[in-house]
Design a protein around this ligand. Sequence first.
Ligand SMILES: NC(=O)c1ccc[n+]([C@@H]2O[C@H](COP(=O)([O-])OP(=O)(O)OC[C@H]3O[C@@H](n4cnc5c(N)ncnc54)[C@H](O)[C@@H]3O)[C@@H](O)[C@H]2O)c1
Length: 333
Amino acid sequence: MNILITGGAGFVGQRLAMECLQRGNLQLDGKPSPPITKILLADNAEPPFWHDGLREHPLVTSSFGDISDEAYVKSLFAEEIHAVFHLASIVSGHGETDFDLAMRVNLDGTRYLFEATRAQQNNARVVFTSSVAAFGGDAMPDTVSDYSKQTPMTTYGMTKVIGELLVNDYSRKGFFDGRSARLPTVIVRPGKPNLAASSFVSGLFREPLNGEPCVIPVDPSQLMPVLGYRSIINGIIKLAELPAADLGTDRGVGLPAFNATVQELMDALKNVAGNRHLGEHILKKDDTIAKICAGWPQQADTARGIELGLPIEDSIEDIVANYIEDYLEGAST
Ligand SMILES: NC(=O)c1ccc[n+]([C@@H]2O[C@H](COP(=O)([O-])OP(=O)(O)OC[C@H]3O[C@@H](n4cnc5c(N)ncnc54)[C@H](O)[C@@H]3O)[C@@H](O)[C@H]2O)c1
């Protein structure tokens, strides 16, 4: 089985590739797939770091190009691809400052990828990573679910909604067997802050654990749905594996999430840190980021994802402990 991961050099992409390698195959529709023979990581930029051994792994090929270049996208299908994880994206804050780039990469790139997948005529399994930023607007309920109307208030969120609709329609037409994983904010992202407006949510764990201060640009009472990266990866894979019949016509599923305030996240860090020296949290509101975050869903009802068997950690403290194990004490970096 050959797997393509777009955005494969990114945070989620690299961890997803490592998990696939560790598993050796997928359990498609409850049955083991043929062994994974190739993982093609497609990205347009070298990452800040490669996870140990990933790039050199004999089953891994990395390819650099722009998914908004149709010829490049077609070239990724020189060998048959059986499963596509479409992660490449211009992220939220960046999409707000560069509308045209977000349209090119997130819309044109997604269409090129879906068309190239369709052209294989092999009903490939596809997972598209959407976001809770797909919700928003004046009429958004306090708690969103898979059944809430999607009226996003960012260009990024708008492109994610269109991606979800394309996945539903390409699946309905039998062009491929797709699913959309609607991700909450993923914590704890290692490395440096990125251009996502939610970047501080990982920073508030990561920087203090490195002994550095972290600026909190929103009110500590700000609520947001979050999930640990281990559950994100396992949830994306589980969604790929589920029989289509379990999903019905709406292939977009919110991954399970904790609905936590920023204060609760800061408290969870202190609960886990023990006697580690922590850098401080500096409350300094940034109106642009605060406005974007306030426009996102505050809480997510993810009962459908849980019923489908998608995973969630036991507590936010567990997520922080996993990060310490994987990135500060382990050999992940
Ligand atoms: N991390 C989160 O909190 C979060 C939350 C909701 C949704 N998501 C979604 O999950 C997916 C993965 O997120 P991530 O945290 O790994 O982000 P990331 O920024 O680490 O990875 C995205 C990758 O896409 C690549 N990319 C951007 N433009 C490209 C282009 N034109 N051609 C090819 N590659 C391109 C980037 O270089 C990057 O490596 C994204 O689709 C993101 O929108 C993430």
